[in-house]
Design a protein around this ligand. Sequence first.
Ligand code: NI
Ligand code: MN
Length: 225
Amino acid sequence: MKITYYGHASLGIEVGGKNIIVDPFITGNPKAAGIDINSLKADYILVTHAHGDHVLDVETIAKNTNAVIVSNAEIATYYGNKGFNSHPMNHGGSWKFDFGRVKYVNAIHSSSFPDGSYGGNPGGFVIEGEHKNIYIAGDTALTYDMKLIPLRTELDLVILPIGDNFTMDVEDAIIASDFVECDKILGYHFDTFGYIEINHEEAIRKFFDKGKDLMLLQIGESIEL
Ligand code: NI
Ligand code: MN
């Protein structure tokens, strides 16, 4: 499994011979100006919730690629009504796709579209690939629901928001990584806006002091699991 960071909460995942884009917000992020969304490959677009900083480039990428948009029922229906391919899910449900199993799990946040349309309730995704399993938390507070994830899935990586203000901060993300029983963390949802700027070295050290490995990727940088 290969994971590429496209800035903010946007990710590319290569797994099982398929390309997945998560929460594309690239053209609206000056820090991601080096990423050309028209060059992105996607078989699927996973959307955690409907906020603008997670859906901005969904339609452009879906038009370019014919990708299937996977999200909660309300978001999938919103895009389905616009003629896009979509797969509706809801919390606690999972589906075996051709690249692996995806479960839509709880997040504590909100989820309206930029135009005010109802975006259902926000979530995160657990992805079980052929060899590796990851949890993408989406925008969320720390929640005890995270403890349910390792009851079913042994994680190789957890992707957690760490920017504070709209989501968990670093300290809560450390507790979240305890809850999901995974000491390898990719941080996201930081630095994009003034409200969520963080001190990188301090964040890495705080995780390190608890025996955990926090990775902060450059935009465009990838890791292999
Ligand atoms: Ni949000
Ligand atoms: Mn957000």
